[in-house]
Design a protein around this ligand. Structure first.
Ligand code: NAD
Length: 358
């Protein structure tokens, strides 16, 4: 069993911890928290050993009646690998701690690319992280993950001449009361390209991609407006078939009556997804169109969860534990990734089309 410690127990960390606990070949060493808030209480209720991320604050946990398993250094010493899910920039500061104990570490997309030996997306470059010289990997951001998953099969099957993507980004996560905008639409950044295109190049170095960013008053998901000029000119149906064969791409059928991110999240909750998570890119099936060699589509990305399966695969890749296919299949099966399979052979009759507000 791989012993996994999770440092930083917020939006991403709590999901990674649950996903680790669900793996047949992993055990959760524990999670490190800075303060004894509601998330610490929830971790304790789940039976996760809790470590003080900031030793000087250990007394706060004792005062709150929460037992600690130790301090973060104890967790780093014990674990075979650390998944660092602290806020942007803190992961870079933590690297020295992981190096001190020679513990391989996975960092997140909020960090600069040079924080780790490799940037990681399972579908695109799993094997890079298996190299003996690689001790740290950065799982790229939710948006970069979504774009890498989409572009890789297109490159493999048709070749990509040029990609242009406008990312309509949620202002904050549902729990982030301090974020915005509340009533505005921001070019963000107003300069072009946004950081997403260069970030995709940390995963797929040769792909030509321009990205533009917009921020809107929403919390549920991001929406990407995608235009890819392919080297070949497949039909839209051929592209749909290609994409729907990927376990982490879900083509949202028009017949379901799901017309936006609100209903997508509702669908996730109705189908029993933990926290209403959507680990897959949600590609609007009827948006997939070809004009000559130009592919157009919309896809929605659940920012809180699409990187979770990637973190699990990054653990196996970094420790050279399994090959890509085996790891991705195990991760997908244990978490239940693959909404597409719900619609196999029955895309026309799963959910009747909505008649309006009923
Ligand atoms: P978050 O703020 O929800 O969670 C971070 C947690 O780390 C908090 O509980 C915070 O108290 C804790 N923390 C702060 N300093 C710490 C320290 N020194 N040691 C240990 N814990 C500490 O943040 P998040 O949204 O989970 O983001 C974490 C990382 O994942 C960032 O790099 C972010 O860019 C990336 N990411 C976030 C999203 C998203 O949409 N939320 C998506 C993909 C990637």
């Amino acid at each position: 069993m791989i012993q996994v410690g999770v440092n930083g127990y917020g939006t991403i960390g709590k999901r990674v911890a649950d996903a680790v606990a669900a793996q047949p070949d992993m055990a959760l060493t524990g999670v490190a928290k800075t303060r004894p808030n509601y998330e610490a209480e929830a971790a304790v209720r789940k039976g996760y050993p809790l470590y003080a991320a900031i030793p000087e604050r250990a007394d706060l946990f004792h005062d709150a009646g929460i037992d600690l398993a130790g301090e973060v250094e104890d967790m780093v010493m014990t674990a075979d690998v650390i998944v660092d899910t602290t806020p942007s920039g803190v992961g870079a500061d933590n690297r020295e701690l992981y190096e001190r104990y020679d513990t391989p570490a996975i960092l997140q997309g909020g960090e600069d690319a040079d924080v780790a030996d490799v940037s990681f997306n399972a579908r695109s470059n799993y094997d890079l992280a298996r190299d003996d010289d690689v001790d740290t990997a950065r799982v790229v951001s939710c948006n970069t993950t979504g774009l890498s998953r989409l572009l890789t099969p297109l490159i493999e099957s048709y070749g990509v001449e040029k990609s242009r993507v406008t990312l309509v980004r949620r202002g904050g996560d549902p729990g982030q009361t301090s974020r915005g905008p509340i009533n505005d639409i921001l070019p963000d950044p107003a300069t072009i390209p946004s950081h997403h295109g260069p970030d995709v190049n940390t995963i797929i170095p040769d792909v030509d991609i321009d990205t533009l960013g917009v921020k809107v008053p929403a919390t549920l998901m991001h929406l990407h407006s995608v235009n890819v000029t392919l080297d070949e000119a497949p039909s839209a149906d051929e592209v749909r078939d290609l994409l729907s064969a990927e376990s982490r791409l879900f083509l949202v059928p028009e017949e379901t009556g799901i017309d936006g991110t609100g209903k997508l999240k509702e669908f996730a909750m109705d189908t029993g997804r933990p926290r209403g998570d959507l680990w897959e890119n949600c590609i609007w099936e009827h948006s997939v169109s070809m004009e000559g060699r130009d592919l157009y589509l919309f896809q929605s990305i659940h920012q809180e969860s699409d990187v979770i399966p990637e973190n699990i695969d990054a653990i196996r890749a970094l420790l050279d534990w399994e090959d890509r296919e085996t790891s991705m299949a195990t991760t997908d099966e244990t978490l239940g990734v693959g909404l597409e399979s719900l619609f196999d052979g029955q895309r026309k009759r799963v959910v009747p089309k909505s008649n309006g507000d009923d």
